[in-house]
Design a protein around this ligand. Structure first.
Ligand code: PA5
Length: 412
């Protein structure tokens, strides 16, 4: 089975979607050629080194044995993919408990984290492709000190795992010098396209999630057949046409809280890939039904500058029956049925308001479909970037802020 992409409410028909076939085919060829920089993720699900997967699973099993608190240190592409998978698929309450650090520079957040870790057996994984990013750099220093203080230098080294570039950066130097178990971020894969490398797979595997299933899900979405059957290409065209008609914001919507970080990952993927040279669709995310009671007003009745991409989970993992005391209209119904009524009710209301909608049907929250979703959106995002004439794999704006922040620190 595959995730389904439903364009019926997108205000576009197949003919309109096919119009950009020529441009799209060129983009498809660029991706498949293997010659474009930073497109290593395109072939990754098929070509990923089997020995690397075994090493990741072995390290994950060691981590699970050694600790009850595992801290993933990283930001942006070195953080969001793993968190998206763990929040979507991880079992609540299972050990080790996973914490995140270095995705902000808040002293309060990190002080509270250190407090929370007191008395716990700890392992940490620092993830940074460049090995020079400020946020994870600070968090790593804090947590390394904690480990050395708690276990001594030798044992601390055995509890530190690093994922970074093969050759360059201070993190690579330190990992090699200190003998941390380390993994490589392939040089032809950028941060936000790296969830199916050790960047995502190590923390995801520590959380007890089946990474083989995830990779076979991604594989299923490779090498799309005919143009009109390439869902990612069609989605890229739909986005581009909607943008040309004044829909400058894409609102990702989900009705399952477990998808919150997946939506964060989507915001990063599209925002950082497309938002350059004065171009790009602004990616936003809303969680329903919560945000229906706030932003729902704007969507229905406000300035119509957006389209919606609905992440619809067909079979959520759990369900409950609404008790009798909830009143006769609701009593005895399954909560998932009520939630589904919200999905279709909101769509009906937004149809009346003329909001274009694309629905992504996700059969279930499993590693297999997570892999499919990741590959589908990465491919769609890359093709969208090609269509709008930007490089979807660089992030000059992010580099700009990093440099300016270093200057401010130096001058103050
Ligand atoms: O997608 C990207 O390239 C960025 O979001 C990076 O992942 C982020 O800036 C972190 O960089 P690094 O992994 O070098 O610490």
């Amino acid at each position: 089975m595959r995730i389904g992409i439903d364009f019926n409410e997108s205000a576009l028909d197949k003919g309109q979607l096919a119009e950009k076939q020529k441009e799209l085919s060129a983009g498809q060829r660029r991706l498949e050629s293997g010659k474009e920089a930073f497109t290593g993720w395109v072939r990754l699900p098929e070509e990923i080194n089997k020995k690397e997967i075994i090493r990741i699973k072995t390290a994950a099993a060691d981590i699970r044995r050694k600790c009850d608190a595992f801290i993933v240190i990283g930001i942006g592409g070195s953080y969001l993919g793993a968190r998206a998978a763990i929040e979507m698929l991880g079992k609540k309450g299972s050990l080790p408990q996973i914490y995140y650090a270095g995705h902000n520079i808040s002293g309060t957040y990190h002080a509270e984290l250190l407090e929370e870790l007191e008395g716990k057996e700890i392992c940490i994984c620092v993830i940074s492709k460049s090995g020079t990013t400020t946020e994870p750099g600070i968090a790593f220093a804090l947590l390394k000190d904690l480990l050395i203080c708690k276990y001594g230098k030798e044992e601390a080294r055995r509890r530190i795992y690093a994922v970074t570039d093969r050759n360059i950066g201070v993190l690579r130097e330190e990992a090699d010098r200190e003998g941390y178990e380390s993994f490589v971020v392939p040089e032809d894969i950028g941060g936000r396209y790296s969830v199916l490398t050790a960047v995502g797979l190590l923390p995801i595997s520590v959380a007890g999630i089946d990474i083989d299933e995830m990779l076979s899900g991604a594989k299923k979405m490779m090498k799309p057949q005919l143009f009109l059957e390439d869902d990612a290409a069609m989605y890229a065209v739909a986005r581009s046409r909607l943008f040309s008609s004044g829909k400058v914001i894409e609102v990702f919507e989900s009705y399952e809280p477990r998808l919150f970080y997946f939506c964060e990952w989507l915001k990063q993927l599209f925002g950082e890939s497309e938002g350059k040279q004065g171009k790009g669709i602004f990616p936003a995310a809303l969680q329903f039904s919560t945000d229906l009671h706030s932003m729902g007003q704007f969507l229905q009745d406000g300035h119509q500058i957006f389209f919606e991409t609905i992440l619809n989970v067909e079979e959520p993992p759990e369900d409950l029956t609404v008790p009798e005391s909830a009143g006769e209209h609701l009593a005895g119904l399954s909560m998932n049925r009520v939630n589904r009524a919200a999905v279709y009710g909101v769509m009906a209301a937004h149809r009346k308001a003329g909001v274009p909608m694309i629905k992504i049907d996700i059969p279930a929250l499993t590693p297999y479909y997570f892999g499919q979703l990741v590959y589908f959106f990465e491919r769609a995002c890359a093709l969208s970037g090609y269509l709008s004439g930007v490089n979807p794999f660089d992030q000059p704006g992010v580099e700009e802020y990093k440099a300016e922040m270093r200057k401010v620190l130096k001058d103050s």
